[in-house]
Design a protein around this ligand. Structure first.
Ligand code: ATP
Ligand code: MG
Length: 135
């Protein structure tokens, strides 16, 4: 059976709060395998491009400011149903609604500073992986 890929980002609040190791442990204890990882800092233009689907949302400026506020760790994860599996581990966007034990329930500080990103489809996983790793 073929394995899928997805893109994960450990966001600036989780890096600042020294949660990289805890979050990576959750991935390692799951069925997802870490294929690539790098620490980097997004500039404004790169963050705006990454979240361009949200350009018209009221939270866009706050989101870009947050995502450029410090280093992030970008990972490629591989496994069966990797997109869905990663989103299950992450929990709901709003940490108040995230199930106990999910990454966001443990490490989100707010709706914006919600610790992790995960691709929302195989198509976006493909383009997000290229965005970060094919440069
Ligand atoms: P991500 O794309 O980061 O994995 P998601 O797919 O769960 O998160 P999206 O709807 O794509 O959620 O929103 C992108 C990001 O924008 C969220 O993760 C969060 O950081 C921020 N965000 C979304 N909705 C709000 C909101 N109502 N208020 C503040 N920030 C928000
Ligand atoms: Mg999203």
């Amino acid at each position: 059976m073929s394995e899928d890929l997805t893109l994960s980002i450990i966001k600036p609040n989780a890096v600042r709060n020294k949660k990289i190791g805890k979050i990576i442990s959750i991935f390692e204890e799951s069925n997802l395998k870490i294929k690539k990882a790098k620490l980097m800092t997004l500039n404004k233009s790169k963050a705006e491009t990454f979240y361009k689907e949200h350009a018209n949302k009221p939270f866009f400026d706050e989101l870009v400011k947050f995502m450029t506020s410090g280093p992030i760790m970008v990972l490629v994860l591989e496994g069966t149903n990797a997109v869905e599996e990663n989103r299950r581990l992450m929990g709901a966007t709003n940490p108040a609604e995230a199930k106990n034990g999910t990454i966001r329930s443990l490490y989100a500080d707010s709706m914006t500073e919600n610790a992790v990103h995960g691709s929302d489809s195989q198509k976006s996983a493909h383009s997000e992986i290229a965005f970060f790793f094919n440069e």
